[in-house]
Design a binder for this molecule. Structure first.
Ligand code: SF4
Length: 238
């Protein structure tokens, strides 16, 4: 089974998890569709395999990538590992731009909606977002989203993490050409790393364990379960 099939199972699990969450998000609302979307190469491969990213859209991505854009300082699992070893986490120093995502249509729709990356699925709000304002998420949804990012990075531990504008370019190549492309980007993309721990607020630990039990039982097409893809010794840091 390919890792993009595992990603599909994760997206399906997340869709089920979100059912029952009252969200203000609706078709045509694109307030959060900016150039600040961070993804793994795994999510980029899923987009490429979907066939939804046409040559024109790919070209638009490349043109936008040539402009200044947000670059995450590190990966989520690296940040978590630094917390675990009590290192100080690096601060985000890259400028955050709010240019519209190049994959957005003139009607405010996502051109690759079925294959959109996890950041786009996780960006939701229980109340309508004011222009330039923030989304509102229940605290446990923030916790679950962070864990999902970590799990995706773990499954793609051989890959990279960065702005979608850069990561899709890398994922469009094969083998050594991927490594060369990542090196050419001079730090714009970060190497993924395996999951070591989840950082969970003390009052959410019980609920989080239940969430992970359900996620681990999610069946994959090859008869295995999502839990088989995760390390058995992950820790919770409160
Ligand atoms: S990929 Fe789609 S959902 Fe994500 S920011 Fe771009 S247009 Fe919006």
């Amino acid at each position: 089974m390919s890792d993009t099939q595992a990603l599909k199972a994760i997206y399906d699990f997340y869709d089920d998890f979100l059912k029952g969450t009252p969200l203000a998000c609706k078709k045509g609302c694109s307030t959060c569709c900016t150039t600040n979307v961070s993804i793994t190469t795994l999510e980029a491969r899923y987009i490429l395999e979907s066939g939804l990213l046409t040559d024109d859209l790919f070209q638009r991505l490349k043109e936008t990538a040539a402009k200044e854009h947000f670059v995450p300082s590190t990966t989520i699992n690296t940040s978590a590992a630094m917390c675990l070893s009590e290192n100080q986490m690096p601060e985000e120093t890259s400028p955050i731009t709010f240019d519209p995502c190049p994959l957005l249509t003139d009607e405010g729709l996502c051109s690759i909606y079925e294959a959109r990356p996890f950041s786009c699925r996780a960006m939701s709000s229980e109340t309508p977002c004011p222009e330039g304002g923030e989304a509102y998420m229940a605290p446990f949804l923030v916790t679950a989203n962070l864990a999902m990012y970590q799990i995706l990075e773990h499954i793609d531990a051989e890959g990279w993490y960065g702005n979608m504008l850069d990561v899709i370019e890398i994922a469009s190549k094969n083998g050594n050409d991927q490594i060369k492309a990542a090196e050419t980007m001079e730090g714009k993309v970060k190497t993924n790393r395996p999951l070591s721990c989840f950082i969970i607020p003390p009052d959410e630990v019980m609920r989080f364990k239940s969430f992970m039990r359900r996620l681990s039982k999610k069946e994959l097409e090859n008869g295995k379960k999502l839990g088989d893809l995760l390390p058995t010794d992950w820790q919770i840091l409160t």
